[in-house]
Design a protein around this ligand. Structure first.
Ligand SMILES: Cc1cc2nc3c(=O)[nH]c(=O)nc-3n(C[C@H](O)[C@H](O)[C@H](O)COP(=O)(O)OP(=O)(O)OC[C@H]3O[C@@H](n4cnc5c(N)ncnc54)[C@H](O)[C@@H]3O)c2cc1C
Ligand code: SF4
Length: 338
């Protein structure tokens, strides 16, 4: 029986490899970093139900690592591809040199790159130590701490600014889908652990679909404050003692100032580096957003035998990634088994 090449070893690629190994299909799981897990490696408690991120993938990684059916190639990338389904011939650049792999189909699970807010000087990122990204905050929460970088002390107030690098003509025009949900979740986790800490979320719209609406309600019940607003800038005050956010309250048009000790930028998702060259090698298209184009939801591309899954076709939450990883595995299996 043939094999399946999976590009990207985040939760989506892991799920696809796990499902295929369970039904005895050989896979090559190719991850460019030195470890599997993708963006989940930075997360601890996750929405919607507080599941611990490592617990979501560790058992599956253990299982595929010990499986005879899965070859895990970390520190590796596709360098060229010839042939077509069911006779793809991939040349991989691995840490040990070049490896040739033949496969009947390919699952693209290359995910996303967190938006880099370096250019957002007006929010003081890179200038003030206490302006951090949600990824920095998620790592802190994972390590069981909450501190201001400037003095190592616990902040008395934390304020999220939403839509960083999303829904903006200067960065990305699309909504990154998961950042309202993770902000509401992280704010609630902080409130649980540090009840005295004041939590604010400055938002354009709050997008918490389906059950995530309950998390939004829970956050408000726990006194997380929501301001519908357009933040203009962040400035440091009183010898950097606290930060002041200047924003327009878009409900009444008033200009307001909010003092806070820690600013968290709710960054969205960008396509990962190398998406363009991968799209040429695979002969599949990209959307205007830069993510891969799905021709028929949820996993079909225009090329027979090349399937898309998870955030490779645009930002998604973990449960959607698990579902699409399984859907792509099922389509690859159907193609293989006929
Ligand atoms: C701050 C933050 C908090 C979040 N919190 C939550 C939460 O609480 N709950 C939730 O449901 N979701 C959350 N998310 C979203 C979650 O991170 C994604 O759903 C998930 O990581 C997507 O998994 P993926 O496998 O599709 O992509 P990724 O996690 O991006 O994995 C893709 C993998 O592919 C690799 N790769 C990329 N290009 C190549 C290539 N050319 N060749 C080989 N490998 C490649 C990458 O190195 C990476 O390991 C959060 C996101 C952020 C930014
Ligand atoms: S999910 Fe929320 S924070 Fe993220 S881009 Fe969409 S509206 Fe903005």
């Amino acid at each position: 029986m043939g094999s399946v090449l999976i590009l990207g070893g985040g939760i989506t690629g892991i799920q696809a490899a796990f499902n295929l190994s369970q039904i005895g299909i050989e896979t090559f799981l190719v991850e460019r970093e030195e470890e599997l897990g993708g963006n989940l490696n930075n997360l601890g408690s996750t929405f919607p139900d507080g599941k611990w991120a490592p617990d979501i993938f560790e058992n599956k990684v253990n299982e595929i690592t010990s499986s005879q059916k899965t070859t895990i190639l970390t520190g590796s990338e596709l360098s060229s591809l010839t042939g077509e389904s069911p006779n793809f011939k991939a040349s991989l650049k691995t840490s040990k040199g070049t490896q040739e792999v033949e496969s009947e189909s390919i699952i693209v699970a290359t995910g996303f790159k967190p938006f880099d807010p370096a250019a957002m000087k007006h929010y003081g990122f890179g200038k003030y130590e206490d302006v951090i990204t949600a990824l920095d905050l998620a790592r802190m929460i994972k390590d069981g701490k909450l501190i201001r970088i400037s003095n190592g002390k616990e902040p008395t107030s934390v304020t999220f600014i939403q839509c960083i690098g999303s829904r903006d003509l200067h960065t990305h025009t699309y909504c990154s889908y998961f950042c309202c949900m993770y902000a509401v979740h992280l704010a609630t986790v902080i409130k649980e652990r540090h009840p005295q800490c004041m939590l604010n979320i400055l938002y354009m719209d709050i997008r918490t679909p389906f059950c995530a609406e309950l998390n939004y309600e829970e956050a408000r019940r726990r006194s997380v404050k929501f301001y519908r607003s357009k933040p203009a800038r962040v400035r440091a005050n009183e010898g950097n003692k606290h930060l002041t956010i200047q924003f327009e309250d878009t409900l009444d048009g008033e200009l307001r100032f909010l003092n806070t000790e820690l600013v968290v930028l709710s960054i969205g998702a960008s396509p990962p580096d190398g998406t363009d060259s991968l799209s040429s090698s695979l002969k599949i298209d990209c959307e205007e957003s830069g993510f891969f184009k799905c021709e028929k939801a949820p996993v079909f591309t225009k090329v027979k035998g090349v399937f898309l899954a998870g955030s490779a076709s645009g930002p998604k939450d973990i449960s959607s990634c698990l579902a699409e990883g399984s859907a792509a595995a099922a389509q690859a299996a159907i193609l293989l088994k006929g």
